[in-house]
Design a protein around this ligand. Structure first.
Ligand code: ADP
Ligand code: MG
Length: 313
């Protein structure tokens, strides 16, 4: 393709909301063999909402939710925001929150209602921990509790598995060394996700899902969207390794992601595609920005590359 053709294609991309950073990226997209999708915020809407809360201890539901929200209040994670919103609505309205009310609480209101959490730390790929009323409080996945020696009773484990096979993320809570309850969080698929996965398969591209979430939830979501190749329980630093392992045989790999923890993978991929609504770090690391947050533009980008670089026969 001539430089003019590349310039024209870049312009066409831009008018469709596909920002392309350079002719090399434009050229590579035509040869893509694998598209690796991040799950949360990429295949899913990134609008996590709590659907279930169950206490497995001698504690009122309201007190349980306040405790969990207090631990999560300092976390930036989308799961944390869903938990705080849910607890807030339960606390102030005594009922479940409607999505449109989410995230409207001011810092002042929060500080009056929440318990003081000290010694807070986020554990990447695991959850959060802090001290509340002097007691160690853990909110996160199985690994977080296991690493802290907390035993999850069989009844709770069964409850958790039931959430996960239904594509929900189960969050476990421990207080003072004892397991006290579970939250179930749902994050619906983007409307176009399944159609795009099918469209990729039709043009001979293999879709893969990569996530830090647990295996059961990941597989349930993958099944819904039509992806067979799933890589779950991948630590934030591990996503780039997944890319490199697929590239090993010389395959051309695209990565689509939105999060801070996707940026090394976006950089490692032959074609990094960031969701426009994603974090700045992801957008910076990517070769493409999908401004409309619509996964159909993954196919738009491939098509544009093919049309621009089509061999003259
Ligand atoms: P993803 O690939 O979905 O962005 P992350 O690496 O951010 O995954 O998180 C992996 C898992 O760690 C989550 O599915 C959740 O179980 C747990 N986790 C991470 N952060 C939190 C948090 N703030 N509160 C509760 N659980 C968390
Ligand atoms: Mg994500």
């Amino acid at each position: 393709a001539t430089p003019t053709a590349v310039m024209v294609a870049t312009g066409v991309g831009a008018t469709h909301g596909v920002l392309i950073k350079g002719g090399d990226a434009l050229e590579r997209a035509q040869s893509v063999q694998y598209v690796i999708f991040d799950k949360t915020g990429t295949l899913t809407q990134g609008k996590a909402a709590v659907t279930t809360a169950k206490v497995f201890a001698e504690m009122e539901l309201g007190d349980f939710l306040t405790l969990v929200a207090s631990a999560e209040a300092s976390s930036e994670h989308p799961l944390a925001r869903a938990i705080v919103d849910y607890a807030y609505h339960y606390h102030f309205f005594g009922k479940l929150p409607a999505a449109e009310h989410a995230a409207d609480q001011s810092k002042e209101i929060l500080s009056q209602w929440l318990l003081e959490a000290v010694d807070f730390s986020a554990v990447p790929g695991r959850g959060v921990q802090c001290l509340i009323n002097g007691k160690r409080t853990l909110v996160g996945n199985r690994s977080l509790l296991a690493e802290n020696g907390v035993i999850v009773p069989t009844e709770a484990e069964n409850f958790l598995v039931d959430l996960e096979v239904n594509a929900k993320t189960g969050i476990l809570v421990a207080y003072d060394g004892t397991f006290i309850g579970v939250l179930g969080i749902a994050d619906p698929l983007k409307r176009e996700a399944a159609v795009v996965v099918e469209g990729l398969k039709k043009i001979g591209v293999c879709p893969v899902m990569v996530t830090g979430d647990n295996w059961r939830t990941a597989q349930a979501v993958a099944k819904e969207v039509g992806i067979e190749d799933v890589r779950a329980e991948v630590m934030p630093v591990g996503k780039a390794d997944v890319i490199r392992s697929i590239q090993k045989d010389g395959s051309m790999v695209a990565m689509v992601g939105d999060g801070i923890n996707d940026s090394p993978a976006l950089a490692a991929a032959d074609i990094g595609m960031a969701i426009g609504a994603g974090t700045d770090i992801a957008i910076e690391a990517a070769d493409y920005v999908l401004v409309k947050n619509n996964l159909e533009d993954v196919i738009t980008a491939i098509d544009l590359s093919k049309k621009t670089f089509a061999r003259i026969r």
